[in-house]
Design a binder for this molecule. Sequence first.
Ligand code: RB5
Length: 149
Amino acid sequence: MRVAIGSDHAGFEMKESLKEYVKSLGHEVEDFGAPSSDPVDYPDIGYRVAKDVASGQFERGVLICGTGIGMSIVANKVPGVRAALAGDVESARLAREHNDANVLTLGARLIRLELAREIVRIFLETGFAGGRHARRVEKIALGEAGKGK
Ligand code: RB5
C-alpha cells in the first residue's frame, strides 16, 4: 500500500520510527513532515496528508501529534477522509472493520512506541468488513454531501 505519514513536533520522533516500521512491513511510505522537532502547527501537516488520502494518491494516512486529537479533528474536515484516533489495538481493528477508516491518528504523548507500532500494523492489515457497515459508511458520505439526516 501507499501510506502517507505526518506529524507535528510532538509526534516527530514517533513518526520517524513508525516510518521505518511501515516500510519494513513492505509498504511504500511518503513523509509529509514535520522535518524536525521544531514547533509546527498540526493543521498544516494534517490537511496535506488528509487531502492526498482523500484524492486517492495514498490508500492510508497516519498522523501523529501530542494527543492525536488535533490531527483527528483536522483530517475529518476533509471530505472522503474517515480518521480514527486509536490508543489501543482493538480500536484500530474496529476502525478498519466497521468504519473503513483511511487515516489513523496517534497521540505520541499518550502511548508508547511499541503499542503505536502494533496499532499501525493492525490498522494497515485489517480489511473493511462491508455488509451492514457499508450502508453506514455510505451515510457518512451522504452527510458530507449535505444530505445527512
Ligand atoms: C502541541 O503542543 C499539541 O497541542 C499537539 O501536538 C496536539 O496534541 C494537538 O491536538
